[in-house]
Structures are given as C-alpha cells and as structure tokens.
Design a protein. Structure first.
Length: 201
C-alpha cells in the first residue's frame, strides 16, 4: 500500500521510504515526528501514513523556495516547481496536493519557514526527527545542533543522503552522522543513503 508514495516527485528511494514508515510505526504513538525538508511531500507521506495509523502527527518544515542545487540554472532545477509569477522555486503547492491526494492533510502539518525559526516554536520530545534539508555544511550542522535535543530519550534521528565518498555525493550529512555517533546516538539501521539512529539519553 505505501509503495504508492513512490510516484511522488522526490529523491527518496522506495526502500528508504519503507524504512522510515516502519520506524515511525515502531516508535511514534499518539505523539509527533518532525521532518526538516519537505520538498514535494514524498517522505512526508511515508512518515505521515505511519503517524496516521498510530495517532501521531508529522510537522514538516520547509521554506519551499528550493535548496541551492534546485535553483534556476542549477543541476537539480525542475521547471515543474518553478513559479513564474513569484519568479522562484515554490514547492508548497505540490506538497499540499500530495498530502491531500493521499488523505494525510489532517496528519501532516506544514510549517512554511526555515529550520532555525521552526526550532523556536516546535516542542521538545519528538519521537523521530528526519533531517533532509539543505545539504550545505553550515545548514546541515545547524539543523543537527538545533534539533538533536528535541528528540525524546529512546527516540530516533534519521538522516538522508549519507554517502561514503565525495564521488557518491556531498559529505555534509555524513559529517553530522559521524558526529551523532560520537555523542548520544547509536546506529540501528542503514538503508541505502538513509541512517536511523537511536538516542540513548
């Protein structure tokens, strides 16, 4: 059933999405999860479906103006998410369309703002936080530092786009992954470029 979310525009592999769904089903009941980086809602639907089944909510955070590599003229530019009237990338309409299409609009709650602003208003004690926003070193490190303490004890930190070499992809997510292992997180599962870590205290 959740395989249907693979049709949504995005960079999440199907097996990564299934892993996120299963982990949220395991750890989140009648509480909330957080996603940093919504794009068009692919991962939000995998996480949101699990939240729906368990009575939880997903707060998904994005300014919806696209990351650096998605801008006009850049490598991952997509004309479908470019708003001619605004003169910029705007992924919010597709996010809203996708969560409504799959009947998740009562569960997935978009916050249209940057990660720093959102961290000031979202409560602590999240069951799972998924970091998949901007992949610059500065942004990725900021996301980790701002959000790691908002995960409850025993909760999950999920990080996407972990690559073992620069040839495979950018190293900013890998840097915070390695940092988390030196702190109070332990790796419990890796699926392709997705890692799931449990917070010990």
């Amino acid at each position: 059933m959740i395989e249907k979310f693979n049709s949504i525009k995005g960079f999440l592999d199907l097996n990564e999405g299934i892993a996120l769904y299963k982990e949220v089903k395991r750890v989140s009941k009648n509480n909330f999860c957080v996603e940093i980086g919504s794009y068009c809602g692919k991962s939000a639907c995998f996480i949101g479906q699990a939240c729906k089944e368990n009575g939880s909510l997903l707060i998904t955070i994005d300014h919806h103006e696209g990351s650096e590599e998605q801008q006009l003229g850049e490598l991952y530019f997509d004309p479908e998410v470019y708003d001619e009237k605004l003169g910029r990338v705007n992924t919010l309409p597709l996010l809203k369309k996708n969560i409504a299409k799959f009947n998740l609009d009562n569960v997935v709650k978009p916050l249209v703002m940057d990660s720093i602003s959102a961290s000031k208003i979202v409560d602590n004690n999240a069951d799972l936080i998924f970091i998949d926003g901007s992949h610059t070193f500065e942004s990725t490190e900021s996301d980790y530092e701002l959000w790691k303490n908002k995960i409850k004890k025993g909760g999950i930190l999920a990080i996407h786009d972990i690559y073992d070499s620069e040839e495979e992809g950018g190293q900013a997510p890998n840097k915070i992954f390695k940092q988390s292992l030196r702190e109070n997180f332990a790796l419990i599962k890796r699926v392709k470029s997705l890692v799931l870590l449990q917070k010990s205290h």
